[in-house]
Design a protein around this ligand. Structure first.
Ligand code: ADP
Length: 353
């Protein structure tokens, strides 16, 4: 009697089995949790509350039961409200004074909240590590790239200074042009940096968007680029989803723009945009027939200011794909490329439903 009063006062669920491992006792916490009466739980009836996918846990437990040893296990059990909760169970064998086996006594705790908190913490840590790494890479690349025009400005200003001291005005205006070119380039890079940081800082709230409309706008913005290159851009019927419409326009626009810009000189650019629906997300593909990318550069091109060509070959600052990556990640997706050199590239990205 004292035992059951004590057990009923416990917030932990407690049960006992006989030597044949059939439950003959459940404390009040167990019955309150399951919302059942004792008869509905007695013997092996309680197993009907265990999640179908977790029944296998008890196949392993059965092995330990035979050895009459202590065990710990985890499974999902149905609560009174029909939801499954994660349970941590500890079972201890009981022995009578003469040493004979008397069954098990066990306790169970609802660890659902702890599990959720643990997963959230692990996800946050992962995200923090990722963003920290990105920040380090970003700071390195950004400062490195800003140094380049700055170095040019400094060296020409030094030349100008020396010439002024010598009262030599020859070539001054040409040197000034180099200085202006350097400052112009720095301004461009700083604007790009600002744009890049705005993706997360100044994003719009997600609304329902029709991607057919988004693609119509993206391609309209590229009218000049498309017609100058005689390019054809075709796309499948697109889904509706939740997102930041301005950023989605930007995303498609950057990818289509690149698909045309990095065209093969000897063939007309053909860009095909398709979509595949999966259980939890959509996979979009932007396929071109351009110059292609060597596989060792597949990751590098998504880093800010990283380019594979000089400015004389193809204009640009190397911000486009870094912005695309940020937009996709803000929408809970991933972006990657598959390519064959001299045949073309396909940029893939996912967006959560
Ligand atoms: P930018 O276009 O300003 O160079 P991006 O970040 O958009 O910057 O692209 C980075 C680099 O990735 C490009 O310089 C180019 O070398 C490569 N790239 C991007 N898209 C394509 C493509 N569709 N085909 C071939 N190369 C590409």
């Amino acid at each position: 009697m004292r035992f059951s009063a004590l057990a009923d006062a416990s917030p932990v669920m407690i049960w006992m089995t006989d030597p044949d491992n059939r439950c003959y006792y459940f404390n009040q916490s167990w019955l309150t949790f399951t919302g059942k009466i004792f008869e509905e739980q007695a013997g092996s009836n309680w197993l009907t509350g265990v999640h179908a996918e977790d029944i296998k846990v008890f196949n392993n437990v059965a092995v330990t039961l035979k050895q009459k040893e202590k065990y710990t296990c985890e499974y999902r059990l149905m609560r009174y409200d029909g939801t499954y909760r994660s349970i941590l169970e500890v079972g201890n064998p009981r022995f009578l004074p003469d040493g004979s086996f008397a069954g098990y006594i066990g306790s169970c705790m609802d660890i659902t909240e702890t599990k959720i908190a643990k997963t959230e913490l692990a996800n946050q840590t992962k995200e923090l590590l990722r963003s920290n790494e990105e920040l380090e890479q970003f700071a390195y690349v950004a400062s490195h790239d800003l140094q380049e025009p700055l170095r040019m400005i400094i060296s020409y200003v030094q030349i100008i200074q020396k010439n002024i001291e010598k009262k030599n005005t020859e070539g001054l205006s040409e040197f000034m042009n180099y200085v202006l070119e350097g400052t112009g380039r720095m301004q461009l890079l700083i604007n790009d940096l600002l744009q890049f940081s705005r993706v997360t800082r100044r994003g719009n709230p997600f609304i329902a968007v029709d991607l057919n409309e988004i693609l119509k706008i993206s391609t309209t913005h590229l009218t000049a680029r498309i017609s100058e290159n005689n390019a054809t851009v075709t796309y499948d019927s697109m889904p509706k989803l939740k997102g930041d419409n301005f950023q989605l326009i930007r995303l498609f626009q950057n990818l289509i723009d690149n698909a045309i810009k990095f065209r093969a000189p000897n063939r007309q650019p053909e860009i095909k945009i398709s979509v595949e629906e999966r259980a939890e997300d959509f996979v979009f593909a932007i396929k071109d027939n351009g110059i292609g990318i060597e596989d060792k550069f597949y990751n590098r091109i998504f880093v800010i200011f990283q380019r594979l060509h000089t400015r004389n070959e193809y204009e640009g600052t190397g911000i486009g794909l870094a912005v695309c990556k940020k937009i996709v990640e803000r929408h809970g997706g991933e972006i990657w490329v598959e390519s064959k050199q001299n045949e073309g590239s396909t940029f893939f990205f996912t967006i959560n439903k």
